[in-house]
Design a protein around this ligand. Sequence first.
Ligand code: HEM
Length: 303
Amino acid sequence: MPRRAPRVKPGRSQNGLPSGNIRSMSNTFDPRGPRPTELTYNSYLMVPELLELQRPQSNPVHNDEMLFIIIHQAYELWFKLVLQELKNALECMKQKRVLRAQHFVKRTVEIFKVLVQQIHILETMTPQEFLGFRDKLMPASGFQSLQFREVEFLCGLKEERYLTFFKDRPEYLERLKARLAGEDLASVFLEMLHAMDYDVPQGAKALLLKGDEAAKGKVLDALRSIYEEPETELPLYLLAELLMDLDEGLMLWREHHVRVVERVIGFKHGTGGSSGVSYLKTTVDKKAFPWLWEVRTHLIPRP
Ligand code: HEM
């Protein structure tokens, strides 16, 4: 049987690249390349500027310092997006738009899966190689990651003591103080339950932090009713589970980070002045939505 010639789009060669024949191409293709004023991949993404932003401190440059810089920069870029999407989720919850809130939390959960995995790239660096440039990093430290702290605060994990790491950067300090005083996912989720006629008191998160047992009982009862019959409140149940995924993502990031840190520097002190691994281990159990974790304990089998 004669074989049919493959169909090729106008202006394309068989390998899919522009064929170079001007007349057969769409009006927008110019074989001389884009005019300097036209938007290109590189100008849109500012690739030349981006590739200028890796400035190793070691001299001569230590090969692995480039890895160290790029991985941290990648984290900071993702943190930027996480902050944007968690803010979106928060606004949706304030408007009781449960499904839309799910959409944004889901995206951050997927990002966190990447963040948890990518820390392990650093394990391709031997402890000795890290020592080759570690002293050049002093006193810079992960403690100074403003965006990481903002992610924590926006979730509801607010600790004033971390402000101190930004006292020399007034604009960072202001930003973090605003997050500390502002709304967070944990409080807004509980407010949303109140607004949806669950018997959860207004200002529930503040009451829980004060150790108000009555408020805690009401929050757990409300959550139990959602968790015991997920089908009747499916959107709320799914949002609660996504918040669990987010909390778990943060916790897993901490666990993977501390394992990598121990593997690379053992029990040396951190460049930020902490006890290093011993300090990091005290953080791995932090929970932004502790009541979502606790409600499991109170569930009983359905008849
Ligand atoms: C070889 C790799 C790494 C080592 C040895 C390391 C070491 C440490 C140590 C010792 C601390 C405790 C604070 C201090 O005293 O400095 C810390 C905190 C931190 N590191 Fe790393 N780190 C590494 C990679 C990363 C990466 C890739 C990130 C990505 C963002 C990161 C983000 C952070 C953050 C946000 C904190 C604060 C954690 C908290 O207070 O809960 N670290 N790191």
